[in-house]
Design a protein around this ligand. Sequence first.
Ligand SMILES: Nc1ncnc2c1ncn2[C@@H]1O[C@H](COP(=O)(O)OP(=O)(O)O)[C@@H](O)[C@H]1O
Ligand SMILES: [Mg+2]
Length: 306
Amino acid sequence: MICVGQVVTDHTFRVDEVEAPPSKMTARGYARSVGGMAANAAIAVARLGGRAVFWGRVGRDEAGEELRHALSEEGVDADGMLLHEGAKTPLSAVTVDKRGERAIVSYRGEGLPTDPAPLPLDRIAEAGCVLCDPRWPEAAELAFRTARERGIPSAMDAERSEERILRRLVPLTDSAIFAKTGLSIFAPGVPPEEGLRRALESGPLGLAAVTLGEKGTLWRVPGMEETGNRPAFPVDATNTTGAGDVFHGAYALATAEGQETEAALRFASAAGALRARDGRTPDRAAVEALLKGTTDQPPVRRRRKD
Ligand SMILES: Nc1ncnc2c1ncn2[C@@H]1O[C@H](COP(=O)(O)OP(=O)(O)O)[C@@H](O)[C@H]1O
Ligand SMILES: [Mg+2]
């Protein structure tokens, strides 16, 4: 699995309520961790038993070095991560309230190079699936085109981004899996069912889907009469940050393993639900247990402990 796109340092603050300004909030907890759609997806792939390669770009600064190290510690091959002299590494301030809902301020970094030429594109031929988010569109475009030429499956985390970027990238992938806002930017002013139809018509896609948090996932494949609904696994969410990223990583891994669309969506939903429940990325055994309905762990309520 090759994951291409965003990596950031997440600074997570646990608060009771996210208050509207002017306000002053007290954090009950703080943590610093790897974030970013493609990077979180790569970590998910590794935890779920796959081999993950991450391609992204950061500054050659302390945060950039730390992120590369953290990805390697997770078992992700981060050799293709470009550390750029003089650039600033992206970061996010994440506030999580007592219901596990988050508000994110993300800083996209500065001076990051856009040219994807240094990436070892030949490795795509060995991949089981290529997953890209829209934060490094030049690299995503090249990776999707290369994957399509070589007959390698691909998937896109079609998150909130500029309309022109989504329009450029969605037709190039096999599985476009939108976040709610991403879909409304791609197909403004129409219901999600119609947005998914338009995504499928934009290119030779095999799947268009949109994730809706605890409301599950709507999906369409070519020739389908009605939009499918993959319900979410009911969990007691403590932190929904990264649920979508983990969902995408798990979906792409399942695709690489040869799972059919519906099975892959179910697998991804289980992984996303566990991430939302525990605030950390699950391993394969936990996902399989949830899928088999043999999970006997009570919902984890981390914040009660601190
Ligand atoms: N609170 C939750 N309970 C159960 N499953 C969830 C929850 N939040 C997310 N998920 C799962 O993860 C997927 C992606 O979450 P979502 O919040 O839609 O993405 P994003 O984090 O990109 O906004 C959902 O489709 C669902 O399967
Ligand atoms: Mg997302």
